[in-house]
Write a protein of this length. Structure first.
Length: 244
């Protein structure tokens, strides 16, 4: 794939120029080129074809941007942690698009963190992207990270109850978590999640549909708001979280 073909593909996708300035599109291009190269020897994403990366990862990540902007104060610098970021989605794209955010990418796999550090250094966003090699259920119990972030995201990590237990302890009181789900997943997962959210000191703010008019994709963003401090017995060890 040539540089020009990737750039052209980014610019021709109607969802991208509407949310990104030309210099931001160029930064996404730099990031994707680095990802494609690294993915040849270390698995970051299942499929690294241009169309798949743009539609499944870039556009999907950008769908969070208007929502995050709605909840953020663009007049001041705020922080966001992307838990289980993998190849850097959605956190890296959000960092490029939302210039008021200090984004930290949290990933348990060291090889992926090495890629993320290299890519972050190449992108050069206004507030440098941080990379944390660790697990949310452990960091959530450390004073350095517990209740320190304004926003949190997680993509394809687990059920609402599981993800909430990982994200909410990292949020400040008054912070928000953004979970990408489908309508069907919410219907199946919310009964259990409602109990866990109450335990964690959080509530559902809203469910935002991402489906285009006439589409049956059922994609939504679940917005969780943290209303009170999370009790000290959360997050629990991973074996307990996963078992429940």
């Amino acid at each position: 794939m040539t540089k020009d073909s990737l750039k052209e593909a980014l610019e021709q996708n109607k969802d991208i120029p509407s949310l990104l300035a030309p210099d931001q599109i160029a930064k996404v291009e730099v990031f994707l080129k680095a990802l494609i190269t690294f993915n040849q020897h270390t698995n970051l994403v299942a499929k690294s074809e241009t169309a798949t990366l743009i539609d499944r990862h870039v556009v999907d990540s950008l769908s969070l941007v208007p929502i995050i902007n709605h909840y953020s104060d663009i007049e001041k610098v705020q922080s966001l942690v992307d838990v289980g970021t993998g190849g850097g989605f959605p956190g890296t794209i959000v960092a490029i698009a939302c210039e008021n955010l200090e984004v930290s990418l949290l990933e348990a796999t060291a090889k992926k963190c090495r890629f993320l550090e290299t890519a972050a250094a190449q992108i050069k966003v206004k507030h440098p992207i941080g990379v944390i090699n660790g697990r949310a259920e452990e960091l959530g119990n450390l004073a350095e990270f517990r209740e320190t972030f304004d926003f949190a995201t997680a993509r394809a990590v687990g059920t609402v109850a599981l993800v909430a237990e990982l994200l909410i302890p990292l949020l400040k009181v008054g912070g928000f978590a953004f979970l990408q789900k489908t309508d069907r997943q919410l219907q199946e997962e919310m009964p259990e999640a409602e109990i866990r959210l109450e335990q964690l000191g959080a509530t559902v703010e809203e469910v935002i549909s991402l489906a285009a008019e006439g589409s049956d994709s059922g994609r939504v963003v679940l917005v969780l708001g943290k209303k009170s401090k999370t009790p000290g017995d959360f997050p629990r060890p991973w074996s307990r979280i996963k078992r429940d």
